[in-house]
Design a protein around this ligand. Structure first.
Ligand code: SF4
Length: 163
């Protein structure tokens, strides 16, 4: 897992391209599923997310995914679970102060972000992780959020046409 997640940070550009390609059909399918079946498929989808992202990124299922903003590096693998890093304890060799044998997650994240299309996205301050989402699917949450934004835009356009 450790070597695979380091691979993802090192090849963040390729992962970003794949992500941009697969994201729309995944979110569209989840939105459709949610409309026709409600939350009946939430468990298998969450299982799939856990195992797919677990294998690729060592995902800890925080439910608030920021991978695309942190150089395809999961910040929840930082022993301090810092969402905006690094902390002040990075060793001179770039390793973690808590786990000296491990490369600092945030050193990897900044390295990964520098190869991506919008490297400055890592500078956006992330909110503290909402622990009530732990174990839930970030995919499902994102699909619902995007759908709501779409519906809100539609409603606003209709209201504008009427007035
Ligand atoms: S959902 Fe949370 S724990 Fe999983 S990869 Fe994304 S940021 Fe990391």
């Amino acid at each position: 897992m450790y070597s695979l997640r380091r691979f993802a940070s090192k090849h963040s550009k390729a992962y970003e391209v794949v992500y941009k390609f697969v994201e729309p059909p995944i979110l569209a399918s989840l939105t459709w599923l949610n409309k026709v079946a409600g939350d009946r498929f939430d468990k298998p989808i969450t299982w799939m997310e856990k195992h797919t992202k677990g294998a690729l990124f060592d995902c800890q299922m925080c439910g608030n995914c920021v991978l695309s903003k942190t150089g395809m590096t999961c910040p929840m693998n930082c022993p301090k679970t810092i969402r905006n890093g690094p902390c002040g304890g990075v060793r001179a060799n770039g390793n973690c102060e808590v786990k000296p044998e491990m490369k600092c997650v945030w050193v990897e994240a900044w390295g990964g972000a520098s190869k991506m299309r919008n490297p400055q996205e890592i500078e956006l301050v992330q909110f503290a992780v909402d622990r009530s989402h732990q174990g839930s699917s970030a995919w499902i949450r994102l699909a619902k959020e995007r759908d709501k934004e779409k519906q809100d835009r539609k409603q606003a356009a209709i209201a504008e046409d009427v007035s």
